[in-house]
Design a protein around this ligand. Structure first.
Ligand code: ADP
Length: 334
């Protein structure tokens, strides 16, 4: 069902880690970020110092975790992984920070979802490599400063704008990851096929790339499903025709829309004449929760210019009508 959603599914972590590139040279795409990061790491290595803190922002599935692992590998440093929601109390963070070793890379995913007290502790740790451990309660409580090893924080967030300024300012390097173009995705899919030992033709790779919404995580996921299909229904070879048949079976269309995406667009055009229509009405008409339509289907539809959010409701664009093979009413000017 959720084949084209950008978030990692619980059961695909192992499959994903098998497909991660391990150094910057194998990390395809994001040329500017990759060059800047390479420079930062080489300089730190030459000086024998610990690299500045790094903030990676961008939508899910574009390689933030992968880059954090690459930073650790390139520095031959150990890696510690946690996430904002996992750190409820400042004490949780103090425990992690004081347990780091010198030069360790600390990857903190969803850093914008950390609690306030933890955030304040992190400021001090990033700047002075120190945490204040509070002992006791009430008026008798005292803060005992504790020195911690120099480490590199790699923070990841889906939107850098969600971070409070003081936190953002403490990163020496900030990178905004962008969606990948077709050529990069094709390269990634071919590399992944190599790792999996799958026989993939160039046009088969291009077809998977086209339907992957600019997102390596989705490209790798589609590749795994197409590979299953090739193994069970054919001789294992992934050709253009086979990729078509497999992705049609899984209801991922030529540009990566799935059943929900198409249902939303179809309802918008067919039942509401292209809108404007309120989000909750639209959601009811496709039998989904409002949140599902808003958070799951809409972002890609808006990004691709199929739908617009207006003060009066959702509106279908010409591209939506044309993708569905429908004729817009003549009054439509969107
Ligand atoms: P994020 O942390 O941004 O959600 P991940 O780093 O977990 O994304 O990447 C998701 C999947 O996509 C992983 O399997 C990873 O190997 C793959 N991937 C991401 N970016 C690239 C890239 N530039 N080259 C090759 N594979 C990539």
């Amino acid at each position: 069902e959720a084949l084209v959603r950008p978030d990692a599914q619980a059961d695909e972590r192992a499959a994903e880690s098998a497909l991660r590139p391990h150094d910057l040279a194998a990390f395809r795409g994001q040329p500017r970020v990759s060059e800047q990061l390479g420079l930062l790491l080489t300089a730190a290595r030459q000086r024998g110092s610990v690299p500045d803190h790094v903030l990676l922002s961008g939508p899910p599935g574009l390689g933030k975790t992968t880059l954090a692992m690459i930073i650790a590998a390139e520095m031959s440093a150990p890696l510690r992984i946690s996430s904002g929601p996992a750190i409820q109390h400042a004490g949780d963070l103090a425990a992690i920070l004081s347990g780091l070793s010198e030069g360790e890379v600390f990857f903190l995913d969803e850093i914008h979802r950390m609690s306030r007290p933890a955030e304040e502790m992190l400021y001090l740790a990033m700047e002075d490599f120190r945490v204040d451990v509070v002992v006791g309660k009430g008026p008798g409580a005292t803060a005992i400063p504790l020195e911690i090893p120099r480490f590199t924080l790699v923070g990841a967030t889906t939107r850098a704008g969600l971070l409070p300024g003081p936190l953002r300012d403490r990163f020496g390097f900030t990178a905004q990851l962008e969606f990948y173009d077709a050529a990069d995705l094709e390269h990634i899919v071919r590399r992944s096929a190599g790792v999996l030992g799958a026989d993939l033709s160039d046009d088969g790779a291009a077809e998977i790339a086209r339907r992957s919404r600019g997102t390596p995580r989705i490209a790798n996921r589609l590749l795994r499903r197409v590979r299953d299909f090739a193994q069970v229904r054919a001789d294992g070879r992934i050709t253009l025709d086979l990729a078509h048949r497999a992705l049609d079976l899984f209801e991922v269309d030529a540009i990566g829309l799935d059943r929900l995406d198409r249902a939303v667009l179809t309802a918008l055009c067919r039942r509401f004449g292209g809108g404007p229509v309120g989000l909750s009405t639209l959601a009811i008409s496709v039998g989904e929760e409002t949140e599902t339509v808003e958070e799951v289907a809409e972002p890609f539809l808006v990004r691709e210019g199929f739908m617009m959010r207006t003060p009066r409701g959702r509106v279908a664009t010409r591209a939506a009508w044309s993708h569905l093979g429908l004729t817009p009413p003549t009054a439509t000017t969107a």
